[in-house]
Design a binder for this molecule. Sequence first.
Ligand code: PAF
Length: 275
Amino acid sequence: MNLHHDIPSLRHALRGRGRIAFVPTMGNLHEGHIALMRAAREHADTVVASIFVNRLQFGPGEDFDRYPRTLQADSEKLAAAGVDALFAPTESDLYPEPQGYFVEPPDLQHLLEGEFRPGHFRGVATVVLKLFNCVQPQVALFGKKDYQQLMLIRAMTRQLALPIEIVGVDTVRAEDGLALSSRNAYLSPKERQEAPRLIETLRALRGRLLAEGITRREILEQEAVETLDKRGWKTDYIAVRQQADLLPPQEEGRKLVIVAASRLGQTRLIDNLEV
Ligand code: PAF
């Protein structure tokens, strides 16, 4: 596997490569990322990954500084997974001058995650478009754990007519159900034991929603928040939304997803469950 830090060297290496599948990441890779790399291989002969902790998508007081940076271990995992090229730019490689142009996503950016992380999706969309321009893939893969991110990237790709197919890949979970995430590394052993409660709470909510119907949605959401918060979590939201647009469902029969974000100690975990 070749490692490229700057855009010219990456572009030179990828010239004439045919179909490219691209997996952007922020590193500290786990089995969820490796599943993305394997899925990428099914879509193209050349698989490119990127590792870049993108300052633009972190708000003040968020974990940009302490986000785990583990390039050596990550490179070994990617090489073992058969990735062809790794693009790992420094900040000055990707942002050689202050980034003054941004991708401003539509109103969906202000809901749910966006309400608690203002500007987050603007930073994500901007870096993803820039990475797309660097790699110029035909297909790009993203985890479904970041459900809203995946929706916004699909919409950006469609609305800006980017010639890239966006593929969503199922969340990989630990045996006890916890969704794999680089941020799980922040959990203390005690918090790690507690962490699967998030998905368990979403599963219980799904069961009750199916039994009681969407008219009970708001009560069930509130009860799910209370279930977690009584155990010491600080929940930002647990919301039943339409898969199509992440808006609250107005009628029965819509495809739904339950999305959630909650803090356990210093760690903010997100997860979702399609209904
Ligand atoms: O999902 C992530 O890891 C990041 O948001 C992404 C897509 C790599 C952009 O920085």
